[in-house]
Design a protein around this ligand. Structure first.
Ligand code: BEZ
Ligand code: FE
Length: 309
């Protein structure tokens, strides 16, 4: 009795059809999206290798680089995210995920320093708990949805570096964890406000493979001065973003490509003794106003997210 043989696709290697041959090995992948991701990954990687005519030495170097990147990762250090950031992938993924109109506040990278829970603070609080030197800063803001309605009770999480470019978690003994961080709840008109000091630009970590890449390519490691925000409320898409200080060094060459035109704000110098006394700051001081416009989630999107889509 003859046994019918199951047809097995031929996977014999041919340089000219390499991507097609490897791609066909994923033909039986049960999850369609995974099949697309892997097939396209192979297609683009093979095209890249052919385009640059990658040599065995270069490929070995790349593998060593990726190995070192993994080995640099710990519970508090994510070198792969830093690599993604410095190659502009984090921003591209963020950008493609954004949907909604131009009236919405734009998102940018979260960064690695959102690693502790911000302390709840009252409106008007001074985030400079450690009393560090720096230019006094007043930040005011209002959270609305895209139709202009105030978002009452929104959570506004804020964190930023000091005037030397350090976060509390980098100098816990001097600054104390929780310094230059706060969680506010917007008032009955969607507003929040606080006092602090103007942050400085700072370098991303350069003691790992990403630092080697920056040096090998003549790139600098600095981020322009910024204040991080994460704003969320029920029924609205959580926004992770920063505001950047207009005129800051490196504003047009952020090491992680996080700057968008709409996120550059004038931190104006205010010379007004009465206003300074009113808000409890020395005169003169800097002021920035940040209107935050969030996207109202529709039922379809909620359902998709709930299904893990
Ligand atoms: C930050 O702004 O905290 C940051 C973002 C990306 C990489 C490194 C730092
Ligand atoms: Fe930062």
């Amino acid at each position: 009795m003859s046994v019918e043989k199951t047809a097995v696709p031929a996977l014999l290697f041919e340089e000219a059809r390499s991507a097609e041959i490897v791609g066909s090995s994923f033909a039986a992948t049960p999850e369609p999206r995974l099949q697309v991701l892997l097939t396209k990954l192979v297609e683009h990687l093979h095209a890249y290798v052919k385009d640059v005519r990658l040599t065995p030495d270069e490929w070995e170097h790349a593998i060593q680089f990726l190995t070192a990147t993994g080995q640099k990762c710990t519970d508090v250090r994510q070198e792969f995210i830093l690599l993604s950031d410095t190659l502009g992938i984090s921003m591209l993924v963020e950008s493609l995920a954004g949907e909604g109109g131009p009236e919405l506040t734009e998102a940018t990278v979260e960064g690695p320093f959102h690693m502790v829970t911000s302390p709840d603070r009252e409106h008007g609080a001074d985030l400079n708990v450690a009393g560090e030197p720096g230019e006094p800063l007043l930040v005011t803001g209002r959270v609305t949805d895209e139709t202009g309605n105030p978002v009452v009770g929104a959570k506004v999480d804020v964190w930023h570096a000091n005037a030397d470019g350090f976060y509390d978690v980098q100098k816990p003994d001097e600054m104390g964890v929780g310094d230059l961080r706060a969680m506010f709840t917007t008032d009955s008109d969607g507003r929040f406000w606080f006092r602090s000091i103007v942050p400085a630009p700072y370098p991303i970590p350069t003691d790992g493979p990403v630092g080697s890449m920056l040096r090998a390519t003549g790139r600098h490691e600095f981020r322009p001065a910024h204040v991080h925000f994460q704003v969320g409320a029920a029924g609205l898409r959580t926004l992770t973003t920063h505001i950047f200080v207009a005129g800051s060094p490196h504003i047009t060459s952020d090491a992680v490509f996080g700057v968008k035109e709409s996120l550059i704000f004038d931190f104006a110098t205010i010379d007004d003794a009465a206003r300074a006394a009113e808000v409890g700051l020395p005169n003169p001081f800097r002021h920035v106003d940040f209107p935050v416009v969030l996207h109202r989630e529709d039922a379809t999107r909620d359902a998709t997210e709930g299904a893990g889509g």
